[in-house]
Every structure is written in C-alpha cells, then in structure tokens.
Design a protein around this ligand. Structure first.
Ligand code: HEM
Length: 243
C-alpha cells in the first residue's frame, strides 16, 4: 500500500541561500587554508603565500557577512529558522528529546519538521565553531596581512613613527618598531592556535553533519537533502513540531 505523503514548508529562502553560500565559502576556505598550512611543502613563494592569504581573507569576508546575516535571521526568520528552534538545551529541546525517546520506546518514532533534537546538538556546535573561525580569522587578517577591520589599527600600533604607517606592508620590516612587533606576535598567538584547532574540529563536525543527513535521508525517507533546495520536507504522519 502506498503511503499518503504531505509536504510541509520548513526552510525559508534566507536559510537556503545562507546554507549553500556557506557550503561554497567553507569549501573554498578549507582548500586555501590547507594550501597555507602546506605552503613550504608546495614550494609557495612569499608573494604566493601573500596571495593565498589575501584570497582566503576575501572568502572569509563573504563567509563572515553571510554568517552574521544568518545570526540576525535567527531572531526574525520563520519559526524553524529561529535560535529557539535550532539551539539545544532549552525547554522546547527537552520536550522534543522526551517525545523522541518515548517514540523509540513505543516503536512509534516521531518525525520533526525542523532539526531533530539530535541534529540540534550538531547544528549548535557547527554555529559555535563557525563563529569562532570568523572571529579569529578577522583578527588574523589584521595581524598577518594588515587587512580590515583591524589592519589599520595594527599598523598604527607597529609603526616606529606615525608617519611610517603608510609604508608598513606584510612580510616587510620597513617602518616597524621591533618591540611592538614582538608584542603583537605574542598577542595573536592564541588566535592563530584557535583558528588552527577549530579548523580540524570543524572538519570533523562537517563530516558528522554529512553522515547524519545521509543516514536520516536513507532511514526516514523524508527528502531532507532536497528540502535545502525546495524548502519542503515530506511526512506520512504529522511531524511533532508542525504548526
Ligand atoms: C570555515 C572557515 C575557515 C576555515 C576552515 C579556515 C582555515 C584556515 C587554515 C587551515 C589556515 C592555516 C592555519 C595556519 O597556518 O596555522 C588559515 C589561516 C588564515 N585564515 Fe582562515 N579559515 C576560515 C575562516 C577565516 C576567516 C573568516 C578569515 C578572515 C576574514 C580567515 C583568515 C585567515 C588568515 C589571515 C590566515 C593566515 C594566518 C597566518 O598564517 O598567520 N580565515 N585558515
């Protein structure tokens, strides 16, 4: 017997555009990040390194602007786009978790239109890691290649003379006060360490996210993947969190 399937709208246009632009930026940032990490093995010259970092930062700006927009959209978007329905550890999440557990125990699994309670842990972690990567990245852009938003302030900090600010360039010691430079490199250390370790954590989280989506798509047959294109998921029974 064929089951009657109903399509429910869930992901609004802003969420879908954010998602695919985010995927594109992260892939580009990872690819260029890996090249920066392996610059010596790849035989990249100083100019090449500077170019890699500059392009990485431009993708980083798009990534950060898109993420900032999504963070704001979490306060104004539809019910399923809002933080209250996305992040774990709130009252709604606890209710969903217990409904899920009861469903498993009674052999009648419940479906979720928005993120499932398990997916909410994953999505919360992804947003946390991406925010950390955007924040540390902006600091590195300023302290490594003197790019906005902090580049000019960093140059003013490092200049041996206020008139030399304009002559400070990446990978050159011209116009730089040695003591201030050392101090700046010390200050940026925790940011580069975080950017480096969060990169690996993000890679692991992305792989888990993809596996989770794939397993859910195959097991629940709810067209989860196409929902990020069409905005709609299908269910044979009314999902737990449908309006
Ligand atoms: C998903 C987001 C991102 C990933 C996966 C990523 C990945 C990486 C990796 C693997 C490196 C090499 C780290 C090292 O040399 O130790 C790197 C370096 C760098 N990243 Fe990112 N990045 C991201 C976002 C950003 C953003 C948003 C910006 C700035 C707008 C940025 C700016 C930089 C800069 C300036 C460097 C060079 C740092 C240095 O060598 O001192 N990154 N990134």
């Amino acid at each position: 017997m064929t089951q009657q399937l109903t399509a429910y709208p869930v992901w609004d246009r802003s969420v879908r555009i954010f998602h695919w632009l985010n995927v594109f930026c992260i892939l580009a940032l990872i690819a260029i990040g890996v090249a920066i990490l392996n610059d010596k093995a790849l035989g990249v010259s100083n100019d090449g390194k500077l170019l890699l970092k500059t392009v990485h930062v431009y993708f980083g700006y798009v990534f950060t602007a898109n993420l900032t927009w999504r963070i704001a959209w979490g306060f104004i978007g539809n019910r399923y786009a809002r933080w209250q329905s996305i992040l774990p550890f709130n009252a709604e999440h606890r209710t969903q978790l217990s409904a899920m557990v009861t469903g498993i125990k009674t052999g009648k699994p419940v479906g979720f239109l928005g993120h499932s309670p398990i997916a909410r842990f994953m999505v919360g972690l992804l947003f946390l890691l991406m925010t950390a990567q955007a924040t540390t990245g902006l600091v590195l852009a300023g302290t490594d290649v003197y790019m906005p938003p902090f580049g000019n302030s960093i140059k003013e900090w490092l200049a041996s003379d206020p008139l030399m600010v304009g002559s400070i360039k990446p990978y050159s010691k011209e116009g730089i006060d040695e003591a201030a430079y050392k101090e700046m490199r010390e200050t940026r250390k925790p940011f580069i360490s975080l950017h480096y370790y969060v990169f690996y954590l993000l890679l692991a989280a992305i792989i888990l996210h993809l596996l989770g989506v794939l397993v859910s798509e195959l097991k629940e047959n709810n067209r989860l993947i196409s929902a990020m294109f069409t905005g709609k998921k299908v269910f044979s029974e009314q999902p737990f969190d449908a309006e």
